[in-house]
Design a protein around this ligand. Structure first.
Ligand code: UD1
Length: 430
C-alpha cells in the first residue's frame, strides 16, 4: 500500500493548477443517466472516486470515452469525458459497487426518473458519521415514488406514467439529497419546488448543466429551487467548476508553511468564508487574472475560531485542514463542527505530530504550539488525510502518512503539485 513521505520545513512558492471539483464531477456524471444523448464533461479530475463512478455507470449501460487532456507543465491535469447512455441496461446498483462511495447512491434519482424503478444498495463512503438516507426517501416519496427498504437495498418505483412534481421542504440541508431530487424532478410530470435546498456551488453547477440539457430549473444557489418537468433531456457539453476544497486546502498549506503561491484556474467567490478565515490567520489573499494569490511572509499564524455550516458558511470539508493550520497558531482557537457528528478523527493523528487539541462535544480547542515534529500517522478519511499533509509540511523531520488511498479519492496529483512549489513530498510504494 502506498504511503506519502513528507520532510517538513520548506516554504511553498510557485503555481498550483486547481483541478475540476470532485463533488461537482460526480453528480454531473450521474446526470448522464437522464438522457440517451451524449453528455460531454470537460475538466474532470483524475481521481479514484471518479474511476469508481465510471465503473458504476458502466454497469447501468453508460458508454464512456475519455479524451482531450489539458496539458500543463508537461502533465495532464484534466480530462474531457463523453458519457452516452442509449439504454439503461440495469436498474440495480449493487452493494459491491455502492459500498465504496456514498455518492454512488445518487444514481437512484435518474434511474427512477428515466426507467420508473431503481434498486440501490444503502451507501458506504467515509466513516464520518451515520449519514442516513432518510431525506432522499422522504423527498422521492413526495414525488410519488413508492419506496421499500429490504435486505440492505432501497427499492424504489415510480407510478405508472412517471414521477409527479410536488412541493418538498428539506428538514435539514443536504447536498446529496438536493442533487437527487433536482435530477429526479427534471423528468417528472409537473412542477417541483424544493425548499431549504443546498446552495453549494456544486448544486448550481449541476443545475446549469441540466438546463443545458433542456431542463427547466430556476433558483439554484438560493434555498428555493423550482424544477418544471420536461418530457426528455438532450446531450450537452459542460465544464466542471473548479474544486473549492482543493483551492482552500492549498491556500491553507501556504498559510502554514509561508511562501507565495498562485492557485490557478479557480476563483475566490467559491470559498469566501474560508478565505476570510485564512486571511485572519495572517495570509494575504488577492485575486489575479489566472486565479488566487496566497502569500505569507514573516508574520506568524494567528488563532481564528470557526464553525462549519452549509454554504455559504465555512465548509466542513475544510475543517480538518484548518485545524492543521491552527496547530501552529500563536494562541488558542476553537473549531466547531455542525454538519457531521464524527468528523474529528484527525485530532489524534495531529496529536502524534505534537499538536495540543482537546475535544468537548462538537468543539475542538486547539492550543497552538511553536513546533510540530514529524511522526508516522494514518489517514482516516479523505479530508482528514490532507490535514496531516498540511501539518507534515510544517513539522520538523519526516512525517509518513499511511492509508493514502483516502487522499487519492479526492486530491489529483497532490505530491506533484506540492513538490513543484518546493515541498519535499514523495509517494513511497511498499
Ligand atoms: C456532500 C459532499 C461532502 C460534504 C457534504 C457536506 C459530495 C460527493 N460530498 O456529501 O464532501 O462533506 O456534502 O457539505 O458532494 N443527512 C441526513 N439524511 C439524509 C442525508 C443527509 O441526515 O438523507 C445528513 C448527513 O448525515 C449530514 C448532513 O445531512 O449530517 C449533510 O449531509 P449531506 O449534505 O447530504 O452530505 P453529502 O451529500 O453526503
Amino acid at each position: 500500500m502506498d504511503r506519502i513521505r513528507i520532510v517538513g520545513g520548506n516554504q511553498l512558492n510557485g503555481v498550483i493548477p486547481i483541478s475540476g471539483a470532485k463533488n461537482a464531477a460526480l453528480p454531473l456524471m450521474i446526470a448522464s443517466l437522464l438522457t440517451d444523448d451524449t453528455l460531454t464533461l470537460e475538466n474532470v479530475p483524475h481521481l479514484a472516486d471518479v474511476e469508481q463512478l465510471i465503473r458504476i455507470l458502466g454497469n447501468h449501460g453508460v458508454d464512456i470515452s475519455v479524451n482531450g487532456r489539458r496539458e500543463r507543465q508537461g502533465e495532464s491535469y484534466a480530462r474531457t469525458i463523453h458519457f452516452t447512455c442509449r439504454n439503461i441496461v440495469d436498474t440495480t446498483a449493487p452493494y459491491e459497487l455502492v459500498s465504496k462511495m456514498r455518492a454512488s447512491f445518487w444514481v437512484i434519482g435518474p434511474l427512477l426518473a428515466r426507467e420508473g424503478k431503481a434498486r440501490v444498495s444503502l451507501p458506504g463512503g467515509c466513516a464520518i458519521g451515520t449519514r442516513p438516507v432518510d431525506l432522499f426517501i422522504e423527498g422521492l416519496t413526495a414525488l410519488s415514488a413508492n419506496i421499500e427498504i429490504d435486505g440492505g437495498y432501497v427499492n424504489a418505483t415510480a407510478p405508472e406514467g412517471g414521477l409527479i412534481g410536488a412541493r418538498y421542504t428539506f428538514p435539514k440541508v443536504s447536498v446529496g439529497a438536493t442533487h437527487v431530487l433536482m435530477m429526479a424532478a427534471t423528468l417528472a410530470n409537473g412542477t417541483t419546488v424544493l425548499g431549504n435546498a443546498a446552495r453549494e456551488p456544486e448544486v448550481v453547477d449541476l443545475a446549469n448543466c441540466l438546463n443545458a440539457m433542456g431542463a427547466k430549473i430556476t433558483g439554484q444557489g438560493t434555498p428555493t429551487i423550482t424544477i418544471e418537468g420536461v418530457r426528455s433531456l438532450s446531450g450537452a457539453r459542460h465544464r466542471v467548476l473548479p474544486d473549492r476544497i482543493e483551492t482552500g486546502t492549498y491556500a491553507m498549506a501556504v498559510a502554514m508553511t509561508g511562501g507565495d503561491v498562485i492557485l490557478e484556474d479557480t476563483n475566490m467567490a467559491l470559498l469566501d468564508t474560508a478565505l476570510e478565515a485564512i486571511r485572519r490567520a495572517g495570509a494575504e489573499i488577492t485575486e489575479t487574472n489566472s486565479g488566487i494569490r496566497v502569500v505569507r511572509n514573516g508574520a506568524g499564524i494567528k488563532p481564528v475560531d470557526i464553525v462549519t455550516d452549509p454554504f455559504p458558511g465555512f465548509p466542513t470539508d475544510l475543517q480538518a485542514q484548518f485545524m492543521g493550520l491552527m496547530t501552529k497558531a500563536n494562541g488558542t482557537s476553537h473549531i466547531t463542527e455542525t454538519i457531521f457528528e464524527n468528523r474529528f478523527m484527525h485530532v489524534q493523528e495531529l496529536a502524534r505530530l505534537g499538536a495540543k487539541i482537546s475535544l468537548s462535544g462538537q468543539t475542538a480547542k486547539i492550543e497552538g504550539v511553536s513546533r510540530l515534529k514529524g511522526a508516522p500517522v494514518m489517514a482516516t478519511d479523505l479530508r482528514a488525510s490532507v490535514s496531516l499533509v498540511i501539518a507534515g509540511l510544517a513539522a520538523e523531520g519526516e512525517t509518513m502518512v499511511s492509508r493514502v488511498y483516502h487522499l487519492d479519492r479526492g486530491f489529483e496529483r497532490l505530491e506533484e503539485k506540492l513538490t513543484r512549489c518546493g515541498a519535499h513530498v514523495e509517494r513511497v510504494s511498499d
